[in-house]
Design a protein around this ligand. Structure first.
Ligand code: TK8
Length: 325
């Protein structure tokens, strides 16, 4: 009797133990940005909210800083299920489907507000749904931001000033083309190689939103910043389809709620941080070049053939959605 009680007790312990382990679902998230970047903070918020909503049964593990790969590898790792979720710059998906070039075309949005309107509208929705064709689930948008050029050669005020400047771009055909049109020497590479490439002089410059220029400390190895506002980038939140299918409807609604809160929180941060980032970069000693409307138009003018080229490449239904803005 004594023996069987003990066995019963052990069996119960094991059952409860394994149930406990089974009940927990872990979401492994990888991304390429630094831990002080607002997109990382958005993931932390996502994790907190999801933990609360699920009573601690859904746990989010975040691997920042490109620890588990740069944007391209992160997408592949989510497709193959090595990690569960990621938030690369959406333009990188153009390597699979050209339609993802559309939001990152130069000067395609008037300003940040209109970019956000489009992403939260029909075009954004259609782009998220389209991810299913790439073996991915598109769940939402986490902002990246308006891109500005930094470099070590000279102050860039006209497209001509970019002649011969070796500038890192994302691994995005439209951006490589754009900088070729401007006479620069575009060098695509993963985000996490940029700092040391700048430091070692492998490249002269790069282009990114102010948040990255500050949080990834590019200002330590750059002398000039031009407020070119040439491209708007957004991070797309992606999940592995099989992994996502394992969640119940209730859990999926928690994921949606957590993501919404994370994005709202991030929006708040972005608005608050932009001015402070610029001030900090200026204080670090960079020469800041602010373009007049006409000067910015000169950059825009040069990029027009690129827009035409992509209007040919991408089905017009996508541009109709874009023009609904
Ligand atoms: C972070 C990148 C980064 C992007 C880039 O992984 O590569 O320049 O702006 O935000 O997605």
């Amino acid at each position: 009797m004594k023996y069987s009680v003990k066995v019963l007790f052990m069996t119960l312990t094991l059952l409860i133990g394994s149930n406990f382990v089974l009940a927990k679902k872990v979401i492994k998230v990888g991304h390429g940005a630094s831990e002080s970047y607002h997109m990382h903070k958005a993931w932390l918020k996502f994790s907190d909210v999801l933990k609360d909503l699920s009573n601690g049964n859904i746990v989010v593990e975040i691997f920042p800083n490109g620890q588990v790969g740069g944007d391209r590898e992160l997408i592949e790792s989510v497709q193959s299920g090595i990690i569960d979720m990621t938030s690369p710059s959406s333009d990188i998906l153009a390597g699979w489907d050209t339609v993802y070039s559309i939001t990152g075309l130069p000067f395609i949005f008037e300003d940040r507000a209109s970019a956000l309107r489009v992403l939260n509208g029909d075009l954004g929705k259609a782009l998220l749904e389209n991810a299913v064709n790439l073996e991915l689930v598109g769940l939402g948008w986490m902002e990246n931001g308006v891109r500005q050029i930094t470099n070590n050669k000279r102050a860039i005020r006209t497209p001509d000033d970019l002649k011969g400047v070796k500038i890192r771009t994302m691994q995005v055909a439209a951006h490589i083309e754009l900088f070729k049109l401007m006479g620069a020497n575009p060098t695509p590479m993963s985000f996490n190689e940029v700092y040391s490439a700048l430091q070692q002089g492998v490249i002269d410059g790069q282009e990114n939103p102010l948040g990255h220029i500050y949080q990834s400390r590019f200002y330590e190895v750059q002398n000039f910043l031009t407020m070119s506002e040439h491209v708007y980038t957004t991070h797309i939140v992606l999940a592995n389809p099989d992994f996502y299918a394992n969640f119940t409807d209730e859990e999926k609604s928690w994921i949606d709620q957590a993501l919404k809160q994370a994005v709202d929180y991030q929006q708040d941060l972005v608005t608050k941080e932009e001015d402070a980032d610029l001030a900090a970069i200026e204080k670090a000693g960079l020469t800041i070049t602010r373009l007049t409307i006409d000067e910015r138009k000169a950059f825009q003018q040069i990029s027009l053939p690129l827009i035409d080229q992509f209007r040919q490449k991408i089905d017009k239904k996508w541009f109709e959605l874009l023009d609904k803005k």
